[in-house]
Design a protein around this ligand. Structure first.
Ligand code: ATP
Ligand code: MG
Length: 414
């Protein structure tokens, strides 16, 4: 049989890759907790309607990227392509819509049938945050500030630009949309084939087009700015003032329209030039209609998701594997004592491993190879005195230490 391979667009997380990934998740968990967020976990597959109803019939995710399949009972299920719809579903089905606001952090794998390339996979992972039940533009600013705080905590503050836009409320957007359709219809021959097909169904998406043909038409296309009603304008001002108050630098980019259909008012992306075409690392916006579409009451909400693989690629240095302490008894009759010592180190929170097999020389070589910081050598004579030899592999020093003192001593040296 030929060698099995992982499915295209998936990858294993091992060694340094696993540590980079965990570092991103742990940093996000710590920072979001400091903003009062609680962590939720939802299933990786959902009733297909959770996504088809909400992401928009014309969005790329729904039309081309979803992993949808009937299960053995005939239900249509979909591997989640993103987290926001699931969190809104969970809010509604757990009866939590009366206990708002809720601040939710999540992380986990997402699935999209895309063309794999650097920073773009079929199973990838996201960190995400949703603030459910707040209509205050200052909260948009705080949510974005929290994303920025995570990027800074990862050492990426200097590598990213916050690009900000407003999509207005549905009324403003409808007026703008009509003007866009009229503009592009007059220039339909000049549009790419894909954009021409989208013209009536979703003209906003043309603004996001990567085709040079379409881009040439964008400069003179009507801007939303001119169609914002009073409420939308006030909201937009509030978000920008809020970002100033939180000291988050941004640039306004009218091209930021986002790939999913459920956004209104705020839309934003943190981008970097360090990842080629896959430059968006954390992005989101306001989605006031989504909870209602899930069968709940009208609930204003704002959130974002960050791509863990892209963030992990950007980290300067991979976090180091924590050093280990090797406990090495020199005779079989010492196994019980060696176990007790190892357990006492672990209970102190230290990383400790027993090595019982092979010659002392072999075991010392293994300890060095495993990048151990210390070896606890247990010989007859020391043990009779209730002591062991503690060898510091970094300082290349060795001394006798009472067994009872080992945990405190090693914890202090960590
Ligand atoms: P893109 O324009 O890069 O396709 P998107 O608009 O589809 O992104 P979102 O749905 O907003 O992305 O997801 C948020 C983040 O998740 C993205 O900014 C990116 O960092 C990451 N992401 C999205 N799709 C993938 C993927 N296929 N592989 C790896 N990371 C991804
Ligand atoms: Mg995409």
């Amino acid at each position: 049989m030929s060698q099995l391979q992982p499915p295209r667009g998936t990858h294993d997380l091992i060694g340094e890759d696993a540590r980079r990934h965990a570092h991103v998740v742990e940093t996000a968990r710590r920072v979001t907790a400091s903003y009062g967020y609680e962590e939720w976990a939802t299933p990786v597959f959902e009733d297909t309607r959770v996504f088809s109803r909400t992401l928009g019939d014309t969005s790329d995710v729904v039309t081309k990227e979803m992993y949808t399949f009937p299960d053995r009972g005939g239900e249509s299920l979909t591997l989640r392509p993103e987290g926001t719809a699931s969190i809104c579903r969970a809010l509604v089905t757990n009866g939590l819509t009366q206990s708002l606001p809720r601040k939710v952090f999540y992380n986990g794998p997402m699935f999209r049938y895309e063309r794999p390339q650097k920073g773009r996979y079929r199973q990838f992972h996201q960190i995400g945050a949703e603030l459910l039940g707040s209509a205050d533009p200052l909260m948009d600013a705080e949510t974005i500030a929290m994303g920025y705080a995570i990027l800074r905590a990862l050492g990426l503050g200097g590598d990213v630009t916050l690009e900000l836009n407003t999509l207005g409320d549905p009324e403003s957007r409808a007026a703008w949309r009509a003007a866009l359709v009229a503009y592009f219809r007059e220039r339909a021959e000049a549009l790419s084939e894909e954009s021409r097909a989208r013209l009536e169904a979703n003209p906003l998406r043309i603004l996001d087009s990567k085709s040079p043909q379409d881009r040439a038409l964008l400069d003179d296309a009507p801007a939303l700015e001119g169609f914002l009603n009073e409420d939308s304008r006030r909201f937009w001002d509030g978000v920008r003032r809020g970002l100033d108050a939180f000291s988050v630098p941004f640039v306004v980019n009218p091209r930021i329209v986002r790939g999913l259909d459920y956004y209104s008012h705020t839309a934003f992306e943190f981008t970097t030039t360090r990842l080629g075409a896959q430059g968006t690392v954390l992005a989101g916006g306001r989605y006031d209609g989504l909870v209602a579409e899930m069968g709940g009451p009208q609930t204003p909400a704002i959130g974002w998701a960050g791509g863990i693989e892209r963030l992990a690629l950007l980290l300067d240095a991979a976090p180091e594997a924590p050093a280990t302490i090797v406990v090495l008894p020199m005779g079989d009759d010492m196994t019980a004592t060696a176990i007790a010592v190892t357990q006492s180190l672990r209970e102190t929170g230290l990383r400790a491993e027993l090595d019982l097999r092979g010659s002392v020389k072999k075991r010392m070589e293994r300890a060095v190879k495993a990048n151990a910081s210390h070896v606890v050598l247990m010989g007859d004579e020391e043990l009779a005195r209730g002591e062991a030899q503690l060898r510091d592999l970094r300082l290349r020093a060795q001394r006798a230490v009472p067994l009872a003192d080992l945990p405190a001593l090693l914890a202090a040296e960590r």
